[in-house]
Design a protein. Structure first.
Length: 203
C-alpha cells in the first residue's frame, strides 16, 4: 500500500512538473520573444536610434530535430556585430571549451560549453578552417545544430605573429610589475589570451 501510494504521488508530481517545462531550444525560432521585447523597450526609451542586434538576429530559424542522425553538422558562428558562419553544413567542429578541446559531430548530445581563448576548427571534407576565439559559449542542440557565440573571432591565418609576441612580452612585464589585484588580473588575462594566440600559431 505504501509503495503504491508513493508511486501515485510521484506520478502526480511528475505530471504537474511537466506542465511547467519550457520548450526545448531546438523547438524555438532563432529570434525569440525576448528579442522582440528588448526591441520594443529600446524603441520606447530611444526612438531615434536603431536597437543593437543580438546574436540570434544573425541566425536562421533552427530546423526541427530529425528522426535519424544527419550526415552533416549545421554550424552558426556569430559575434555581437556579425555572422561569420550561418547555417554552414560541415563534418565536425572542435571548440576550445574550458574543460578541454571538444569535438562535435552530427548527432552529438545536447550540450552547453563555456569557451576559453583558443582555436575553433571547422572540418569540411579535407578542408579545415581555423578561427581564434576570445571566449564565449557553444550551444550544441539535439538536432545536430551548433550555435557558437563569441565576442571576437579571427581567422588564424590573419594573425600577425610579431604582434602576438610583442603583446605577450608586454603583458608579462605588466604582470611582473603589477602592484594591485586589479592590475594583476588584467595583466593575467592579457598573458592568457596572448599565450593562446601564440599556441594557435605554433600548433
Amino acid at each position: 500500500m505504501l509503495r503504491q501510494g508513493s508511486r501515485c504521488l510521484l506520478s502526480r508530481a511528475s505530471a504537474a512538473s511537466l506542465k511547467w517545462l519550457r520548450p526545448l531550444s531546438t523547438d524555438l525560432p532563432a529570434e525569440t520573444a525576448g528579442d522582440s521585447k528588448f526591441v520594443e523597450a529600446w524603441k520606447k526609451l530611444n526612438p531615434n536610434q536603431d536597437p543593437p542586434k543580438t546574436p540570434s538576429s544573425y541566425m536562421k530559424p533552427r530546423p526541427p530535430t530529425p528522426s535519424t542522425i544527419p550526415s552533416k553538422l549545421t554550424v552558426n558562428l556569430v559575434l555581437p556585430y556579425d555572422s561569420v558562419l550561418s547555417g554552414k553544413e560541415v563534418d565536425m567542429v572542435i571548440v576550445p571549451a574550458t574543460t578541454g578541446q571538444m569535438g562535435v559531430l552530427p548527432g552529438h548530445v545536447a550540450t552547453i560549453a563555456e569557451l576559453k581563448p583558443g582555436v575553433l576548427s571547422v572540418h569540411e571534407g579535407n578542408e579545415v578552417n581555423k578561427y581564434f576565439l576570445s571566449g564565449g559559449f557553444a550551444f550544441v542542440h539535439a538536432n545536430s545544430v551548433a550555435d557558437i557565440i563569441a565576442i571576437e573571432a579571427t581567422p588564424v591565418d590573419r594573425i600577425d605573429p610579431n604582434l602576438v609576441q610583442k603583446g605577450l612580452a608586454e603583458f608579462q612585464q605588466r604582470l611582473n610589475s603589477a602592484s594591485t589585484d586589479v592590475e594583476k588580473a588584467e595583466a593575467q588575462i592579457g598573458v592568457d589570451v596572448h599565450s593562446a594566440l601564440n599556441a594557435a600559431l605554433t600548433g
